[in-house]
Design a protein around this ligand. Structure first.
Ligand code: NAP
Length: 113
């Protein structure tokens, strides 16, 4: 999992934090964490690094705004050079739509969790 990248929405509290920490424990080294509360995201990023993640990008975005979704995906792809997996835990997000439409990810390869 050294080079794989996972974007997790809703990563500032609740299930998203649990997933971010599990991914870090499981050996994922590169994570992008998205939610509105940037301060909480920084705390989660620090916890992920303690659990083994090497590089954690935090993106404070309101995912009810399509443009913010576009930015989250594009900034993650630009920062890491790729983005392979996504967990959507924010309850409301257009990020998956963005994945499907803007970077050419075939719909059947995007699975909701
Ligand atoms: N907990 C359960 O037992 C359970 C069971 C079934 C389904 N679910 C569903 O799973 C999802 C997550 O549950 P949870 O318990 O982890 O909820 P939660 O504790 O309320 O966390 C929601 C997360 O989504 C983020 N978020 C909310 N609105 C956002 C927005 N407009 N833009 C960006 N981020 C946003 C919040 O961060 P910010 O406030 O920092 O933006 C937070 O990180 C929800 O859809 C919930 O309905 C939960």
């Amino acid at each position: 999992m050294e080079n794989k990248v996972c974007l997790i929405t809703g990563a500032s509290r609740g299930i998203g934090v649990g997933i971010a920490e599990c991914m870090s424990r499981a050996g994922w080294k590169r994570l992008a964490l998205v939610a509105r509360n940037g301060e909480n995201l920084e705390k989660v990023a620090a916890a992920c690094k303690e659990l083994g993640a090497k590089e954690v990008l935090t993106l404070a975005k309101d995912l009810s705004d399509l443009e913010a979704c576009v930015q989250a995906v594009q900034e993650t792809a630009k920062h890491f050079g790729s983005m392979l997996f996504m967990f959507g835990c924010s309850g409301y997000s257009l990020v998956q739509l963005e994945l499907n439409c803007r970077i050419g990810c075939p719909g059947q390869q995007c699975r909701q969790v």
